[in-house]
Design a protein around this ligand. Structure first.
Ligand code: FAD
Length: 475
């Protein structure tokens, strides 16, 4: 095709990685084009990931709390759910954010070209125009010529091959569409995405089973944090089937019949009204014609990069879910800034010491850096300090005395190298631990920092005091 557009920087994909890279590149003076197949900017995170899930989790939490006020002297009637209104609320939240991004792109004169992009060669991407919400191709094509490129094409949910196509079987995108609240729901995969959606649907009234191949839910945080979470969530689930595989699904008119194999497998097929597949995400590396540009893609679809986020082709960078784990928005944004700055001739490298993880469930679980399990596996000597929220005035007042804050210190240097928090707002609090790790803080630094009282956040300071051996009684 004929070249219809020329630019300094082409960004493929407009998720948190792509839009952050494009905005930074434009701010640094590069003429920038974003190619995106969706109608809106924001990628998975804003359209069908982080943001809509949190909009629904917030509502679910309000419902849960309202139900448990009896003993505090407040009784609400059972909440009545208007699912159409709830869906509209979620869409409005997403719309505000994606609309904001469009304005920011315009303000920076970043050109947005809508359609599927694929490489023709190391300096050209062809874009097949898409329209509507289902990304139908119109047949129109454009060719964009670029000097440098940042690939930010993200990832997609894994679909298990033996599971039939049926509208009652969804991935996270389908679950977030909130078509209906099923009677019985199966969540395949007990990771963060699965458990967040399980939380939403169970709060809305579904009975939920979870099946997980591994021996524990929520891989990542220390098991003691997950245990607290499980105890607070037993009411949500009929069955949590660990060490168990889903081996067959049969879609019949009256329900979805699922067969399991393993430790906790029930006898015979179980009947469900809805199934969520949340058994992982796979990078989109094999779907963009990378081979035409000479960019190496691994068997699994990841694109290898160096600390400057360069692929093996020096003027082509890659960032976000497509370059590897952890597949998280804040990691993508960080990498995006590095890639754009390097492309603009600045000195930059991705050298974050830690990347935090958060399950925005009820309660939240947040962790960063070393876990006790990881330290043990590596033979690393650590000191651990745990502050139970049963000793926090604010946690007791908030009905959250089941939570805890734990810090992990290098036994030799005494610096903090990890932490986990379980309880309401854990995700908002883990940022302090991230900063402490990046700054090389030790227990005295954190413990002598005055935290506001009474807050859940002061439990970080109190955990540091525990480590320092000067634990005071500060409810
Ligand atoms: P993406 O956001 O995947 O964006 C890639 C973009 O590229 C997409 O818009 C796609 O349409 C476009 N694209 C791909 N190929 C092409 C092509 N050939 N042509 C044109 N466009 C193309 N992370 C968090 O940190 N916190 C959370 O709370 C969180 N919650 C999540 C909840 C769910 C349900 C899901 C699914 C994910 C969640 N994540 C969360 C993960 C987060 O969404 C991703 O890590 C993040 O979106 C990755 O950003 P990215 O820029 O790499 O790619």
């Amino acid at each position: 095709g004929e070249v219809t557009l020329e630019c300094d920087m082409l960004v493929l994909g407009a998720g948190p990685g792509g839009y952050s890279a494009a905005f930074r590149a434009a701010d640094l003076g590069l003429k920038t084009v974003i190619v995106e197949r969706y109608a809106t900017l924001g990628g998975v995170c804003l359209n069908v990931g982080c943001i809509p899930s949190k909009a629904l989790l917030h509502v679910a939490q309000v419902m849960d709390e309202a139900e448990h006020m009896d003993s505090l002297g407040i009784a609400f009637a059972k909440p009545a759910v208007d699912i159409d209104k709830l869906r509209a609320h979620k869409s409005a939240v997403v719309g505000k954010l994606t609309g904001g991004l469009a304005g920011m792109a315009k303000g920076r004169k970043v050109d947005v070209v809508r359609g599927y992009g694929h490489f023709l060669d190391p300096n050209h991407v062809e874009v097949e125009e898409t329209t509507g919400t289902a990304q139908e191709k119109t047949g129109a094509k454009k060719v964009v010529k670029f000097k440098q490129c940042i690939i930010a094409a993200g990832s997609a949910a894994v679909h298990l091959p033996f599971i039939p196509r049926d509208e009652r079987i969804v991935d996270s995108t389908g679950a977030l569409e909130l078509r209906q609240v099923p009677g019985k729901m199966l969540v395949i995969g007990g990771g963060i995405i699965g458990l967040e959606m399980a939380t939403v649907y169970s709060s809305l009234g579904a009975k939920v089973d979870v099946v997980e191949m591994l021996d524990g839910l929520m891989q990542g945080p220390d098991r003691d944090a997950v245990k607290v979470w499980e105890k607070q969530n037993t009411h949500r689930f009929d069955k949590i089937m660990l060490n168990t595989k889903t081996t067959a699904v049969e879609a019949k008119d009256d329900g979805l019949y699922v067969t399991f194999e393993g430790d906790k497998a029930p006898d015979g097929p179980q009947k469900y009204d809805m199934i969520l597949q949340s058994a992982g995400r796979s990078p989109n590396g094999k779907k963009i014609g990378a081979e035409n540009a000479g960019v190496i893609v691994t068997d699994r679809g990841f694109i290898p990069v160096d600390a400057q986020m360069r692929t093996n082709v020096p003027h082509i960078f890659a960032i976000g879910d497509i370059v590897g784990q952890p597949m998280l928005a804040h990691k993508a944004v960080h990498e995006a800034h590095v890639a754009a700055e390097v492309a603009a001739g600045e000195k930059a490298a991705f050298d974050a010491t830690v990347i935090p993880g958060v399950a925005y469930t009820h309660p939240e679980v947040a962790w960063v850096g070393y876990t006790e399990a990881q330290a043990k596996a590596e033979g690393k000597q650590v000191d651990t300090a745990k502050f139970p929220w049963a000793a926090s005035g604010r946690a007791i007042a908030n009905g959250a005395e089941y939570g805890f804050t734990k810090l992990i210190f290098d036994a030799e240097t005494h610096r903090v190298i990890g932490g986990s928090i379980v309880g309401p707002n854990a995700g908002d609090m883990i940022g302090e631990v991230c900063l402490a790790i990046e700054m090389g803080a030790d227990a005295v630094d954190i413990g002598k920092t005055i935290h506001p009282h009474p807050t859940l956040g002061e439990t970080v300071g109190m955990a540091a005091e525990v480590a320092h051996g000067s634990c005071t009684d500060v409810p």
